[in-house]
Design a protein around this ligand. Structure first.
Ligand SMILES: O=C(O)CCC(=O)C(=O)O
Ligand SMILES: [Fe+2]
Length: 365
């Protein structure tokens, strides 16, 4: 979510999805209609068990009893390696804050369009209200309205984009983000331990971590079989923390063994996923898994997503602990700020963005 210097780009007219829904067009506008091979399958896929994203209990990770915390660290490590996704329960975040951020985010999206447009996301940028990752006139659009803000470090903030309405919005984002930052730091400590690294390895390496928040609102869609709420992608972060709204549709799907698997919301839990940074640092031992969002005929959906990543000036590459003869180095070294800029200036397209860092592995035989 780096503030990116923008050369003018032509994105054409990008409909506001809530307004579009309100106007009830006879047909879904073609810019939202996916090519046949991209259209979602909406029936639930039957996978052999275990077919649910693993659940990690933070209170067990933090337990003073060594056996309990070690067992949970092993579970977390397996979740990261086999799924790249897990849900966290008993996460210590004040439930009042957890519930209020959801209400206030919904209140924001329900404001009149003119009010939301006071905080416009300029084409090619990723902060404010609008649709991110649109770079051309012929690109398919997602059935989603977004509102995003840079949070930390302070220099990435654009104060003009912090809403005055609803009145408690900005203060709540601040409180919520502080709590989620602590959660990220804590999870990274246990992830490092599970990898056999020093607990504070990632925190030290990341320096003043970059944090951003994005709220995604997916209105119901008359033809969920034709559109996507959010295009398939992996996250450019180290870790992503996602809150799904109570009562919203089951929309998030992750690509597991080449099948799209829905993530069933658990009340008061966060969904966590490994981002591209951890994939690179672990030389692919933990993968940033591709995910997407599908829409629903009657139900809307809200997600509140925090991206936690290294400082822009950090240089990244596979850590020596994960590189050997049988695991040759899969990624080059690069500056994270450059990767971040690359990520936000390209459309979401599966794991294509990470090709930026991939090295061709020579067949040594
Ligand atoms: O809305 C969701 O569940 C997914 C959002 C997401 O993947 C993202 O914002 O990167
Ligand atoms: Fe994502």
């Amino acid at each position: 979510m780096s503030p990116v210097p923008i050369t003018p780009i032509k994105v054409g007219h990008v409909d506001d999805v809530q307004e579009l829904r309100r106007s009830k067009p006879m047909k879904i506008p073609t810019r939202f209609v996916r090519d046949i091979d991209e259209r979602p399958t909406l029936e639930t896929v039957a996978l052999p068990p275990p077919c649910e994203v693993p659940v990690v209990d933070l209170s067990k990770l933090m337990s003073g009893t060594k056996d309990v915390s070690n067992a949970e660290i092993s579970l977390l490590a397996a979740a990261c390696q086999e799924w790249g996704f897990f849900q966290v329960v008993n996460h210590c975040i004040d439930l009042g804050v957890f519930e209020r951020i959801e209400e206030v985010a919904k209140d924001f999206f329900m404001l009149p369009l003119e009010e939301k447009q006071k905080y416009p996301m300029a084409p090619g940028t990723v902060q404010g209200y609008g649709q991110a990752f649109v770079f051309s006139e012929d690109q398919k659009l997602d059935w989603c309205n977004m509102f995003a803000l840079g949070i930390e470090p302070k220099f990435i903030r654009d104060p003009k984009l912090w809403p005055k309405s609803p009145p408690e919005f900005s203060e709540l984002v601040e409180t919520y983000s502080m709590e989620v930052r602590k959660l990220c730091q804590s999870l990274l400590k246990y992830i490092a331990t599970g990898l056999g690294l020093r607990g504070n390895m990632f925190e030290e390496m990341f320096r003043v971590a970059v944090q951003a928040i994005r709220m995604n609102y997916y209105p119901p869609c008359a033809r969920p079989d034709l559109v996507l709420g959010l295009s398939p992608h992996s996250d450019g972060s180290a870790l992503t923390v996602l809150q799904q709204d109570k009562g919203g549709s089951v929309g998030l799907q992750i690509l597991k063994d080449n099948k799209w698997v829905p993530v069933q919301p658990i009340p008061n839990a966060f969904v966590i996923n490994i981002g591209d940074t951890i994939e690179v640092l672990t030389n692919g031992k933990y993968k940033s898994v591709e995910h997407r969002v599908v829409t629903h005929k009657e139900k809307d959906r809200l997600s509140i997503v925090t991206f936690y990543a290294p400082s822009y000036d950090v240089e990244l590459g596979p850590m020596p602990e994960f590189v050997d003869k049988s695991n040759p180095c899969k990624y080059r070294r690069y500056n994270h700020g450059e990767y971040s800029k690359h990520y936000v200036t390209n459309k979401l397209q599966g794991k294509k963005t990470l090709e930026f860092a991939k090295v061709q592995i020579e067949n040594s035989s």
